[in-house]
Design a protein around this ligand. Structure first.
Ligand SMILES: Cc1cc2nc3c(=O)[nH]c(=O)nc-3n(C[C@H](O)[C@H](O)[C@H](O)COP(=O)(O)OP(=O)(O)OC[C@H]3O[C@@H](n4cnc5c(N)ncnc54)[C@H](O)[C@@H]3O)c2cc1C
Length: 379
């Protein structure tokens, strides 16, 4: 016999966990399945940056630039939700809003900083553009090639190894049932009800949320829905632990770079550099060329990094879309089948969690997502 629920969530990364929490808190019966341990894929390998000022438009090697102006109202809404998250989840996720600098080195990049500053103002995000000397006065660790930098006091970080577990624990407190190591292998629909099979479990519900990250397309295909997703793997680098040396996030407007020091003392260096392989059946492998490129860039912008030993590198999978924009909404022709994913889903976690709750209830979303739905990716 099948069990029943109000909502079935497929995937326990940050999006599945945030959605499960919001939906269970609203009084609905939620069932969550993950094929392996929760929070281990994109949400466990992520850099954990909270991007509030505009992000750079291309990862190294990324063919299609994202529309960073379109991201800004979403980043603004997500930032507001992050502000109250630790209180809401009743635990620390090492949330730090130390602010961030996005640096520019060339005249073209300096112009881009001024363009993005205008878009940020339009979205209600306060940023300031500094020339190179003013930026170095504010953050003396910046190197001599920095010609300008924009400052946003809301940029930050949260420990990804704490965020997804904290959301899941809160969801469970509100009655959600979470089943790890139960890959969803069948999704059918009969008389308006979805039936989901995961390992030995079969559950029926009027709403299914596919937040399977890089496997989102595979899970949708189980329900006969063909979505064009373009998953990739990118990598991160961490130095050994050192005493506190920097409290800001540092990014680059034109190249793949994000650097910050985390609570444990390690300095994390990333910026979307491609891994050597994307392996959705196992673990993606890191690329030496990306390691060298990423670290060389980091050292150019923050020369003090030459003094730190590199501890490790890792790769993680990312549910990119062909247009590099977020994906969220109900699949046309499949009532109650909701999807959410795409890049920067860590920053958007609290926002997409709340958006999925509203969509599951048939209520209007908290932000305009009319251009972010799955219809653009249906084949
Ligand atoms: C190296 C790296 C750095 C990043 N840096 C940042 C950053 O600084 N800031 C930012 O905002 N974003 C960043 N991102 C992106 C962001 O972290 C991810 O987009 C986000 O964590 C994805 O969350 P998710 O819940 O959609 O997917 P995931 O975390 O990938 O979770 C999907 C889950 O679905 C499960 N699943 C798959 N198939 C099935 C199935 N058949 N049945 C059941 N479960 C299934 C998986 O096991 C997995 O747990 C980064 C990503 C990477 C990889």
């Amino acid at each position: 016999m099948s069990a029943t629920a109000d909502v079935i969530v497929v995937g326990a990364g940050v999006l599945g966990a945030a959605a499960a929490y919001r939906i269970a808190r609203a009084g609905h019966r939620v069932r969550v399945f993950d094929r392996s341990a929760p929070g281990r894929e994109g949400s466990g390998t992520t850099a954990g940056n909270l991007h509030v000022q505009a992000v750079h438009t291309r990862r190294p090697g990324q063919a299609v630039p994202l529309d960073s102006a379109r991201f800004l109202p979403l980043q603004r809404a997500a930032s507001d939700l992050w502000a109250g998250l630790e209180e809401e989840l009743e635990t620390s996720v090492e949330l730090r809003r130390g602010g961030g600098f996005t640096v520019a080195e060339t005249p073209g990049q300096c112009r881009e900083l001024h363009d993005k500053h205008r878009w940020e103002a339009d979205a209600g995000i306060k940023t300031e553009v500094l020339d190179g000397d003013a930026a170095r006065a504010a953050l003396p660790l910046l190197g001599p090639t920095v010609a300008a930098a924009s400052w946003c006091e809301l940029d930050g970080y949260a420990n990804p190894l704490k965020v997804t577990p904290a959301y899941l624990a809160a969801a469970i407190r509100y009655g959600a049932e979470v089943t790890p190591f139960a890959p969803v292998r069948g999704i059918t629909r009969d008389a308006g009800i979805w039936r989901v099979t995961a390992g030995a479990h079969t559950v029926e519900a009027p709403v299914v949320i596919d937040v399977a990250g890089p496997w989102l397309g595979e899970v949708a295909a189980l329900a006969g829905i063909r979505l064009r997703m373009t998953p990739v793997a990118i990598q991160m680098h961490a130095t050994v632990r050192v005493p506190p040396v920097m409290s800001h996030l540092v990014q680059h407007i034109g190249e793949g770079l994000s650097v910050k020091q985390v609570t444990a003392g390690n300095v994390l260096i990333g910026g979307g550099w491609p891994a050597r392989t994307l392996d959705l059946a196992g673990r993606s492998a890191t690329s030496t060329a990306s390691l060298l490129g990423n670290v060389a860039l980091a050292v150019r912008i923050l020369p003090f990094l030459t003094r730190l030993r590199l501890l490790r590198a890792w790769a993680g999978p990312l549910a990119a879309t062909p247009d590099e924009m977020p994906l969220i909404g109900e699949v046309p022709g499949a009532p109650g089948f909701l999807v959410a994913g795409g890049t920067y889903a860590f920053t958007f976690g609290p926002l997409w969690g709340e958006t999925l709750r509203r969509l599951a209830e048939g209520a209007p979303p908290p932000v305009d997502i009319s251009d972010l739905g799955p219809e653009r990716l249906l084949t």
